[in-house]
Design a protein around this ligand. Structure first.
Ligand SMILES: [Zn+2]
Ligand SMILES: [Zn+2]
Length: 285
């Protein structure tokens, strides 16, 4: 039995330990397949994205570790790429001459604020709420629809493997009184977007980052049955930034998936994504 994790950060972006510390930690936790997915460089600077000038170091350090730990763990080279309308996606020039084992497509920013910066939906609620009022008059339904509209754009453009934290807007939206995850409009919106994930042959990650402290994954557990029904390939990822979170919530997430009836999870095997069987103790060799 083994674990895998394809969504991880290290000191090349906003992770709190070095690449090598994460590799050593992953081995100690029983991980057999581990991917690095630092936040890809953006045309503007942020607190968490990799600086473009650091990319060659990211790449060389990765291949040094891949060779060094070759007999203990399979390491995979990736990036978490922001989708920002008319600004950032995997088709940008930066990616043209580079090769990756896989890429994650994620949304952290929506539209441009009056000050010229993009509205971040993944920070603290105060910032979230400020942008919500400046851009959409405080209408959380409108903002949520915009989030999934942009997610749909990203999916249609394609060029990546895994949809990262699919419903991340709920992280802050759930603090708005008018946001109700059980509402018809929200379920319709999520359902339509999941159908698009399926139609475009993408993998959806079940992101366990908030599972222990908030009790939820991204996408939320309430959508697992629909994901199963649509037969969308899944992979469990921790989106870790800290060493103790490398396999956070994995036992719980694997158990929930098994209880719902999932039998396989997608894994990189010799450069190709394949369905691999699992149970609540992990992936089966
Ligand atoms: Zn992210
Ligand atoms: Zn991430």
């Amino acid at each position: 039995m083994y674990w895998s994790n394809y969504h991880s950060h290290c000191t090349f972006c906003d992770g709190r330990s070095t690449m090598e510390e994460f590799v050593v930690c992953a081995i100690s936790k029983g991980i057999k397949k581990y991917g690095f997915s630092s936040h890809a460089p953006l045309p503007f600077s942020t607190k968490w994205n990799m600086e473009e000038r650091n990319f060659p170091h990211y790449e060389s350090e990765f291949y040094r570790l891949k060779e060094k730990y070759n007999d203990q763990i399979e390491l995979y080279f990736g990036l978490e790429v922001d989708y920002i309308h008319n600004c950032s996606n995997v088709k940008n020039d930066f990616f043209r001459d580079k090769s990756f084992d896989y890429l994650i497509g994620s949304l952290h920013y929506l539209d441009k604020l009056p000050d010229g910066g993009f509205w971040c939906i993944d920070g603290n609620f105060e910032e979230f709420n400020k942008g919500l009022h400046l851009l959409y008059g405080g209408d959380i339904q409108f903002a949520t629809r915009r989030f999934f509209e942009l997610t749909s754009e990203m999916i249609k453009i394609g060029g990546f493997d895994i949809v990262g934290h699919f419903d991340k807007i709920s992280f802050n939206a759930c603090h708005c009184p008018e946001f109700d995850m059980t509402s018809r409009w929200y379920n319709q919106l999520v359902g339509d977007t999941l159908q698009l994930v399926k139609d475009n042959g993408l993998i959806i990650e079940l992101n366990t980052k908030s599972l222990l402290d908030k009790g939820i994954t991204y996408p939320h557990q309430q959508f697992y049955s629909l994901i199963k029904e649509l037969e969308i390939p899944v992979v469990v990822n921790s989106d870790c930034h800290h060493l103790p979170n490398v396999i956070i919530g994995f036992d719980q997430a694997f158990k929930t998936l098994q209880d719902i009836g999932f039998k396989t999870m997608h894994q990189l095997c010799y450069g190709k994504w394949k369905a691999v069987e699992f149970n609540e103790l992990g992936l089966i060799d």
